[in-house]
Design a protein around this ligand. Structure first.
Ligand code: SF4
Ligand code: SF4
Length: 314
């Protein structure tokens, strides 16, 4: 039985923009099934619609994701425009993409525009990272992290924020975020001289590639049971969808990136789907968000969002 109620939106703070499902990696847990073979990418006209929507909104943060958002040919245009308009811009970066041919100098571009980087690094051990994200990913990730540190990212007083993301390597919940952050800081610092601002722990969603993996290992039901048992009502207050909308590469709006991955658009005026351009000037506060079983991935344990846990350990 789904124990989750319908929630209602508060004021909108974040526009999460999915620039397309193409990625240079093909990670085991990927909730959007991203990979090098995916061709769905936001076109320039839709980028301009995103900018037009932002002009009329009260959003403070633009959260760029994908796939690998940097592979979109209009990534720089969107960053330049939104930074010039005064938005806080986040780049959800898989690190290795910054060594892809044609993207040379992108680290400097991100630093110049003071883009916050949220970088995936599911462990400080090579074996674990390469298992989940592909052979050679750990070595490349370290090289890129060192370069970002040299540019000032993660360094005290630089104003260039570098946050890392951990997600479990299997069918279990993340450990305590503050404990793991200390571990990462010590291990990455002592072994490689790498510094960062914060670590976010994110629960794996039982959808798409991670769900396929669970099914293959016969662990889907036990993982769902774990999420059910660990559900906390107290997390409902702060799940990210209450203050965020997610837009896909075609401009269609969703309550979050997970619902986007599942093809469950935001419900508005009984329309099967709503385009971002239709929401210009519309205040979504008070709009309902129906929660489904996968939402337990956000409400289990300390809770999970694109910026880590929702509540303190207890
Ligand atoms: S998890 Fe991130 S880096 Fe990995 S395939 Fe998906 S989008 Fe790419
Ligand atoms: S998956 Fe999480 S963020 Fe998305 S609608 Fe459910 S509770 Fe909200």
């Amino acid at each position: 039985m789904n124990p989750l109620p319908t929630l209602f939106r508060t004021h909108l703070e974040i526009l999460q923009v999915n620039l397309g499902y193409r990625c240079n990696q093909r990670c085991l847990h990927c909730h959007v099934n991203a990979g090098p073979e995916r061709t769905e990418m936001m076109d320039q006209a839709t980028i301009h619609e995103v900018i037009a929507y932002l002009e009329s909104s009260n959003v403070q943060t633009v959260d760029l994701t994908g796939g690998a958002p940097e592979l979109n040919p209009y990534f720089k245009e969107l960053v330049q425009s939104t930074r010039a308009m005064g938005f806080h811009v986040l780049d959800r970066c898989n690190l290795t993409v910054l060594e892809q041919p044609g993207l040379e100098g992108l680290e400097e571009f991100l630093a110049k525009h003071h883009v916050e980087i949220i970088a995936s690094l599911p462990c400080y051990m090579k074996e674990n990272v390469d298992y989940q994200r592909g052979e050679g990913v750990f070595k490349t990730s370290l090289r890129v992290l060192k370069k970002l540190n040299r540019l000032g990212y993660g360094q005290t007083g630089s104003g260039l924020v570098l946050n890392l993301v951990y997600n479990p390597l299997g069918s279990f919940l993340p450990p305590q975020q503050s404990f793991l952050e200390d571990e990462y800081r010590r291990e990455l610092g002592e072994r490689y001289g790498i510094v960062f601002n914060h670590l976010y722990t994110i629960t794996n969603m039982p959808i798409h590639r991670f769900e396929t993996l669970l099914i293959a290992k016969g662990e889907r039901l036990s993982y769902l049971n774990l999420l059910h048992q660990a559900h906390r009502d107290s997390n409902l207050e702060s799940v990210m969808c209450r203050r965020l909308i997610s837009v896909d590469y075609q401009g269609v709006v969703f309550d979050c990136d997970f619902n986007q991955a599942l093809g469950l658009p935001l419900r508005w005026k009984d329309k099967p789907r709503v385009h971002l351009s239709e929401l210009k000037g519309i205040d979504l506060e008070g709009f309902p968000i129906p929660l489904l079983e996968h939402c337990l991935g956000c409400t289990a344990g300390a809770g999970s969002s694109c910026t880590g846990v929702l509540s303190s350990p207890g």
